[in-house]
Ligand binder design. Structure first.
Ligand SMILES: NC(=O)c1ccc[n+]([C@@H]2O[C@H](COP(=O)([O-])OP(=O)(O)OC[C@H]3O[C@@H](n4cnc5c(N)ncnc54)[C@H](OP(=O)(O)O)[C@@H]3O)[C@@H](O)[C@H]2O)c1
Length: 309
């Protein structure tokens, strides 16, 4: 520990010899969008990473979870695994509840028992969407879908059983990985002459790469300054749009000749109800972690570039 001085081409440079702690970081759901985005930038922080998905660690298996913690003794758990099929969750509530609520609760208990910190990922679908201004973390939750309900139950269970939890609520996640709105629009935009997209659901798309960078920021603060500020935080990209706006932007940016027709949600019924308004206020995250979150159009351009477009 301490400071030292070295000379380089006649210039004296002071360097800190303070030891950086090599953290052990475990990730659940690592084959998902956020998990893969984290893998991509994991080496930007000096740590030992354990990336797991259902084949290596099924989070609904209590014994497997306990063994995993015993074997790897993680310092931080980033819990990305979830049952994310929003419409299917309406008819498969039992399994959605088991993964999003019960398994999250059990992971939090393990973290508490082994002194491991946890970053738990949640959703804007914990809100009913009747707001008129961006949701802050203390706004009342009132999910209107089974998925939203299971995610809210997971959040509450994590908060009540683990003192060192950070909960990040995000929205409209997309990436270069897996299936998502941006990739579906690109595919359909090439195949169809026109598409109908809802214009009365307003929120903010979130590039999983931006969220992964935000998570790395939290880890860096912990590693270098021992700073770990528990609580709920909202994290999406900046700005506001409807799904219609997002689709139109994708067509323009990709120069696809596909007409996007705005339609109401009423004209596009889905098994699960979705909030009409779910813009998240990100000020708490930006201020606490001194981290600038990019606008959704800049983030979407970054995703385009990763897709080679
Ligand atoms: N996607 C969105 O639009 C969105 C919006 C707001 C919040 N979120 C939240 O953000 C987080 C990350 O979302 P994402 O889009 O990256 O999700 P994702 O792509 O669906 O990835 C989730 C991963 O978890 C795995 N998983 C499911 N059940 C599991 C189990 N029992 N044990 C271990 N792994 C299991 C999935 O495997 P399978 O694919 O084999 O099931 C998948 O690889 C989730 O908490 C989600 O609720 C997502």
């Amino acid at each position: 520990m301490g400071n030292s001085a070295i000379f380089f081409e006649n210039r004296q440079i002071s360097i800190s010899l303070q030891k950086i702690r090599i953290m052990k970081i475990a990730v659940t759901g690592a084959n998902g969008q956020l998990g893969q985005s984290l893998r991509k930038i994991a080496n930007s922080i000096q740590s030992e990473w354990f990336f797991t998905d259902i084949d290596e660690l099924d989070i609904t298996q209590d014994d497997a979870v306990e063994d995993f913690f015993k074997q790897h003794t993680p310092d931080v758990l980033i819990h990305c695994a979830a049952y994310t099929a929003v419409d299917k969750a309406e008819s498969q509530q039992k399994i959605a509840h088991k993964v999003n609520h019960i398994a999250s609760y059990k992971l939090a208990l393990q973290c508490q028992k082994t002194n491991c910190k946890m970053i738990h990922i949640s959703t804007d679908y914990v809100f009913d969407g009747r707001h008129y201004k961006p949701y802050v973390e203390t706004d009342r939750c009132k999910p209107i879908s089974a998925y939203g309900q299971t995610k809210l139950s997971g959040e509450i269970a994590v908060r009540n059983s683990l003192s060192d939890a950070i909960i990040l609520r995000t929205s409209w996640l997309y990436s270069e990985f897996g299936e998502n709105f941006l990739k579906t629009m690109l595919k359909l935009g090439k195949a169809r002459e026109e598409l109908n997209v809802v214009f009365d659901q307003t929120g903010t798309p979130t590039y999983a790469g931006s969220l992964a960078e935000g998570i790395i920021r939290i880890l860096q603060d912990y590693q270098t300054e021992n700073k770990w500020v528990t609580g709920i935080y909202h994290f999406s990209n900046q700005g506001v749009c409807s799904w219609y706006d997002f689709a139109q932007w994708i067509m323009d940016e990709a120069k696809l000749d596909c007409q996007i027709n705005p339609i109401t949600t009423e004209k596009f019924p889905t098994p699960a109800r979705r909030p009409f308004y779910s813009v998240l206020n990100k000020a708490k995250f930006e201020n606490t972690f001194e981290h600038h979150i990019p606008h959704w159009t800049d983030a979407a351009k970054a995703c385009f570039s990763q897709l080679g477009l």
